[in-house]
Design a binder for this molecule. Sequence first.
Ligand code: SF4
Ligand code: SF4
Length: 99
Amino acid sequence: METSALFDCQSCGACCAYSRFWPRFSLESEEEIARIPADFVDDENGCMRSVDDRCTALDGRLGAHVACRVYEVRPIVCRDCQPGDAECLTARKRFGFPV
Ligand code: SF4
Ligand code: SF4
C-alpha cells in the first residue's frame, strides 16, 4: 500500500486518542487558545480536554472516519504531527493499525 494511503489521517485518528494529556499547548498565545471552543479545552492541565485518552474535539470512529471539530484553530502540536513520523507510528501501533 502506498504511504499516503496507509497514513490517511481521515480514516485513522490514533494520535488524537493516545493520551489524556495530549495535545498539550506549547507556544500558543492566549488569543489562539481562546479561539478554541472552551468545552474542548482543559485549562487546568494546559491541553485539550480528553475523555478516556481521546481528545474531545475528535469526531467520528477511530480507524474508520474521523474529523477534528476545531481543525482551523487546532493546537500547534496537532499541526506539527506528520503522518508516518515516530509519534504517528507509536499511536497507530497502540490501536493495531498498520505501520
Ligand atoms: S496517527 Fe498518523 S495517520 Fe493517524 S491521524 Fe495521526 S498522523 Fe494521521
Ligand atoms: S485538536 Fe483536533 S487534531 Fe488535535 S488531537 Fe484534538 S481532534 Fe486531533
